[in-house]
Design a protein around this ligand. Sequence first.
Ligand code: ZN
Length: 445
Amino acid sequence: MSQAELVLRSTRVVTPEGTRAASVAVAGGTITAVLPYDAPVPEGARLEDVGDHVVLPGLVDTHVHVNDPGRTEWEGFWTATRAAAAGGITTLVDMPLNSIPPTTTVDHLRVKREVAAAKAHIDVGFWGGALPDNVKDLRPLHEAGVFGFKAFLSPSGVDEFPHLDQEQLARSLAEIAAFDGLLIVHAEDPHHLAAAPQQGGPKYSHFLASRPRDAEDTAIATLLAQAKRFNARVHVLHLSSSDALPLIAEARADGVRVTVETCPHYLTLTAEEVPDGASEFKCCPPIREAANQDLLWQALADGTIDCVVTDHSPSTADLKTDDFATAWGGIAGLQLSLPAMWTKARERGLGLEDIVRWMSAHTARQVGLDGRKGAIAAGHDADFAVLAPDETFTVDPAALQHRNRVTAYAGKTLYGVVKSTWLRGERIVADGAFTDPKGQLLTRT
Ligand SMILES: [Zn+2]
């Protein structure tokens, strides 16, 4: 019997080898062994038997806009990490923009880390940002431990985070490739966006027409060509257009080092259901039609898309006006990503193993944290989400831990209630009650 301080026992533990009855032994915050269900509990160890609730590895969300410091009225580390914990997420990686300062220099990273340290209920890492004028800052940021660099190919929505033109993209990518870093990209082409009809107003169909698929497809094609040119590692953020999938599959077959993520809102919400004026559904690129969504699910199944992440990007409620052209673009989904995804996955005959692959194992791998996060296996951090997969709840915005209780999922009945979340062997939330913050700040290793 392995050494253990804690044994977490369930009839359904999702491991890399499949779901089985098991007893997970934990010591010093690390999983020491995954034992048979009825293995004797070592002397001195505490047994937590969660019965038939499913034990998943804590989810790893590599795309979250925490906005702290600078826009903490939109979201902050305290509220974001509590919401994440309540939703079964035990690691998040913060995007470099919407906070002030943005994470674009080592000094700015230091500010962000100081702010996050005391408030993090879960583990937190950071992306850096690639701007037109900070190429010299990229290597120092890489060495300071950011997981990679985010760039926009079209306007980002905030003035302090300008986008890269083609030449600037090439310059940043050449530098990042020189130290084999990772560039993660918001891929919409500004010329295609400018050429699209910009009618504004409350009609969702007008908004959808203003952010056409070919804007995404063109930007992705540009990115893939540049990645090939520099043999650089690139990642397509929040893929919405299924038309880009063949381009990505071809590039990969051609040896281009590209990974891809999509988001719960593209997989669970459809353009057809968005009410006019309902800008809680606004994000860029936009939620598209049901037929597009089917192809995204297919691409997850066949491996063209690697990861599912929230792109949690809230604002205050007053910025969510009923004019889709000017309302803040971003969907708040941190606390609801697991049940939203599970509800649709089960309709499609998919399992929690699939959810874990897309939202924990592959996201951990995306940031080089595999080996430590993303699996219930010996040697990994003892991070768990305990889920009642057959229980349902109706989304009440007032019950969310997000700073702003605006959500596109309001009123939806979802499967999957997170009963408790564990970080390094400690239960950090159970039935809505939180411990003091126990998260650590993570750096690229
Ligand atoms: Zn984002």
